[in-house]
Design a protein around this ligand. Structure first.
Ligand code: GLY
Ligand code: MN
Ligand code: MN
Length: 430
């Protein structure tokens, strides 16, 4: 693995917290993701299932974690199944985890080869009353019509054990994962630090007539050199009006003199992510209008992020941010005060220029799991990302930082990423 091995106390603690929420005499089964295939014999690579990683630390395909805390035999209380290697795998792919390494990474004493899963489970299922199975329940999940290993496990288990009770492992993990431990916060901070350095490199590299993908290359170079595994998501390098397409990521346009670039990117380090957005002028000097829009968004970021503190409901935080942006849109002459006073509250006018939410959980997933009906709590990590998009002026501006909520307020984990106009211009002109 590219990252420093994580102390297994993180996963031991995570399992303890997960188990404390399981119903009596039940078994939890968590499975790894598939290696995604491309065309022919090409593969797109492997990204671990984040619930399995959270509970085991294992970053390898064909892994199954079984937890049966009430098993009468101690050896059955936690069993980790990993892929058994062979000469062919060694020759073509290299080493897989040994049982000793799997113990070291996960802190689980009993490691079995994946081929022993069915028989081992049969002994446990005989005693148990029900199963917790993993499933992607994310509110924006993108798995439409895609069969996953989790889907296959649900189907297999329900066919083999139709009369057991079934429960949702994701309901437990979505309650645990939003509140980060100190170790997890360090890992998000590491990803954030790589982002900060990468952004400075982009600022220094930017020149008019460059292609957007040349700036993307700066990000890729920095992240690989820093031991990160991959972009947290396909980075958005959007010059001029491209910045008004919220998920633009073809990054194939020319960065023209006079345009502003929106750069929304994240780093995945040890499976933990950062997610930041900055905007800067291609030629190193904000125009008057770009500076006005940028200053408006920066004001919303600074003011809005103050509500990322314990006890605040996400819905109230979002409402406050909408009010802040609405006021700025009036000052920018994009909305009229009277029109706003008389607007249909169900169709507020600001949505023409600001159409997305501004806080999401961040962690093992960029849009990390967790309920948005839950008040903010110390230990949560969230983004704050207000924006103003004016396609008719070829300006799209979003600013995004990552915040750790503390007992008294929050800490901006990406505070060292240049954001003041004078700092950005100074870096671009040195
Ligand atoms: N880049 C995705 C987001 O900011 O949420
Ligand atoms: Mn974000
Ligand atoms: Mn982002």
């Amino acid at each position: 693995m590219r990252y420093d091995q994580i102390n297994n106390s993180l996963f031991i603690e995570n399992r303890k917290r997960f188990i404390s929420q399981m119903k009596p005499n039940t078994i939890a089964i968590l499975v790894s993701n598939d290696v995604k295939h491309n065309n022919a014999d090409d593969v797109m690579g492997f990204a671990q299932n984040n619930d399995l990683f959270y509970l085991s630390g294992i970053d390898q395909e064909e892994t199954i974690l079984v937890l049966y805390p009430d098993a009468y035999k101690e050896e059955n209380r936690a069993v980790l199944f990993v892929k058994e290697t062979n000469e062919q795998i060694k020759i073509w792919d290299g080493e897989k985890l040994t049982k000793e390494q799997a113990i070291e990474v996960s802190g689980i004493d009993r490691i079995e080869w994946s081929s022993n899963f069915e028989m081992t489970l049969q002994y446990m299922a005989f005693e148990a009353d029900g199963f917790y199975l993993g499933h992607n329940e994310h509110l924006k999940r993108a798995t439409k019509d895609q069969e996953t290993q989790q889907n296959r496990m649900i189907k297999w288990c329900k066919e083999k054990y139709p009369l057991h009770e079934y429960y949702r492992a994701a309901k437990i993990t979505r309650s645990l994962r939003p509140v980060k431990s100190d170790k997890e916060i360090q890992l998000v901070q590491k990803a954030a630090d790589i982002s900060i350095n990468s952004f400075v490199s982009v600022l220094k590299a930017c020149k008019a007539t460059m292609k957007e993908y040349e700036l993307e290359a700066e990000l890729a170079y920095n992240l690989v050199k820093s031991g990160a595994s991959h972009h947290a998501f396909q980075p958005i390098v959007a010059s001029g009006k491209n910045a008004c397409a919220l998920h633009y990521n073809t990054n194939d346009s020319t960065c023209n003199d006079g345009e502003m670039i929106l750069l929304d990117f994240g780093i995945c380090y040890a499976n933990y992510n950062s997610d930041t957005t900055r905007c800067f002028p291609v030629n190193g000097k904000f125009s008057k209008r770009q500076a006005a829009v940028y200053t408006a968004v920066l004001h919303c970021l600074k003011e809005g992020s103050k509500l990322l503190k314990p006890g605040i409901l996400p819905i109230d935080y979002e409402k406050n941010m909408a009010n802040l942006v609405e006021n700025e849109l009036i000052k920018l002459n994009l909305l009229d005060t009277n029109d706003v006073a008389n607007q249909n509250p169900k169709k507020p006018l600001y949505k023409k220029y600001f159409m997305h939410g501004t806080a999401h959980y961040l962690g093992l997933d960029v849009h990390d799991v967790g309920l948005y009906s839950r008040p903010f709590e110390a230990g949560m990590v969230l983004t704050c990302e207000p924006g103003i998009y004016i396609p008719e002026e070829g300006i799209g501006c979003r600013l995004e930082d990552d915040y750790l909520i503390t007992e008294n307020g929050n800490i901006n984990l990406t505070a060292a990423m240049p954001i003041e106009i004078k700092d950005i211009e100074a870096l671009m002109n040195n």
